[in-house]
Design a protein around this ligand. Structure first.
Ligand code: NAD
Ligand code: ZN
Length: 353
């Protein structure tokens, strides 16, 4: 679990106070990994407390993080600073938060990041790392994974060293998120709740967080009574609780299939989950019904026919990625999931999307 959190509108201003006791020495910089959507946005960047050799790396969130990208950035940091940094601070959405987590792990662990995709393969504690979300929903700020696309799979580095040491939750930072992106990333949270609450791995820990996040999502996406500020505050907490819920259970069908889309077509996580979830009535009837209402209420049009022109070979790649996520299927459908989920069944579902 994340050991330290501050929450509140404007809490971003406490960053210097939070970080200064963690500075190892003047030669060990704080390295900020910042979504390039904020480049030139002085409202946010002028408040980043830079001193000594501290450095900002602006990164694009147009594509999800890759293992090769992580390895390159780690090498760059080692070559440039010749010493371990005092800390890595990620400021952005799930893409940037995952990059920051992975970089902090790979600075202290040998080899390439692809070697650590899986469960509990990381052996050494990461460099001190801080997460500051600027869009809410993925739960990446609280989870023990960092999802990376590698040469042969899309899979997280799941470990006890992955979670942030400190998170700053300032809902004001999410104020300029465009509506469609707000919906896709918000729905990631909603889908985490549905998959966790309807999964066979559910237990009282996951359920208590999942139910709270679900309740917040229904209020946020179907009620009209919230001010913009209240909605930003509540979605940030829904994301946190949704992430906590899957920490002790798992996600399910939508995530397994969406990973396939993302690996083959580069479809991003939030929208990919929405495209898949829209066709999963048979697995999550109530959840999908409410999802369709939410989609309609916010005027969201999802892309259609994205798999219609794929070759058999491409379907095979996508299906292999989806099927490799065994814990997700087992959570969704139980130990005998392979009886229901055949390659033919997955192709039939993908063809609807
Ligand atoms: P994102 O980080 O990919 O960002 C989506 C878009 O929103 C980008 O264009 C970004 O520039 C923009 N954006 C972000 N903050 C903004 C702001 N305040 N104002 C305006 N624009 C802003 O989105 P996401 O949905 O948060 O993250 C998706 C990623 O998270 C995927 O890579 C996925 O694999 C990962 N993920 C990780 C976990 C985890 O537990 N580690 C869980 C779910 C998803
Ligand atoms: Zn997700």
């Amino acid at each position: 679990m994340v050991s330290k959190v501050v929450f509140g509108r404007g809490s971003f201003n406490q960053l210097e106070e939070v970080l200064s006791p963690k500075r190892l020495n003047v030669k060990a910089p704080f390295i900020y990994i910042v979504d390039d959507v904020f480049q030139g946005n002085s409202w946010l960047t002028s408040r980043i407390p830079l001193s000594y050799d501290d450095k900002i790396y602006y990164v694009s969130a147009n594509e999800e993080p890759r293992t090769s990208q992580v390895d390159k950035m780690v090498e760059d940091i080692i070559v440039k600073f010749k010493a371990l940094p005092s800390g890595i601070i990620g400021i952005g959405g799930g893409t940037v938060l995952d990059l920051a987590k992975a970089i902090s792990i790979m600075l202290t662990n040998k080899g390439e990041s692809k070697d650590y995709q899986g469960w509990d393969l990381v052996k050494k504690p990461a460099v001190y790392h801080v997460g500051i979300p600027t869009i809410s929903g993925t739960g990446a700020e609280v989870s023990r994974t960092t999802v990376l696309t590698g040469p042969d799979k899309k899979l997280g580095i799941n470990s006890d060293y992955t979670p942030f040491d400190q998170v700053v939750l300032d809902p004001e930072l999410t104020k300029d998120v465009p509506v469609d992106q707000w919906f896709y990333t918000g729905m990631d949270c909603y889908i985490h709740c549905i998959e966790s609450l309807n999964g066979t791995f559910l237990n009282a820990f996951s359920q208590s967080y999942g139910e709270k996040a679900y309740e917040l999502c229904v209020e946020l996406f179907l009620d009209n009574n919230l001010s913009e500020e209240e909605a930003q505050d509540k979605l940030m907490m829904a994301s946190w609780h949704g992430g906590m819920s899957i920490a002790y259970s798992q996600v399910g069908v939508a995530h397994a299939m969406s990973y396939g889309l993302s690996y083959l077509l580069g479809t991003k996580h939030g929208i990919g989950n929405c495209i898949v979830f829209d066709h999963l009535e048979e697995f999550y009837p109530e959840g999908v019904k409410l999802f369709k209402q939410m989609k309609e209420k916010h005027g969201i049009e999802l892309p259609k026919g994205i798999c219609s022109k794929l070759t058999d070979k491409e379907f095979d790649i996508m299906i292999d990625v989806a099927l490799s996520l065994v814990p997700l299927w087992e959570n969704a459908l139980g130990k005998h999931w392979e009886k229901t989920i055949t390659r033919g069944k997955l192709k039939e579902l993908y063809l609807k999307m």
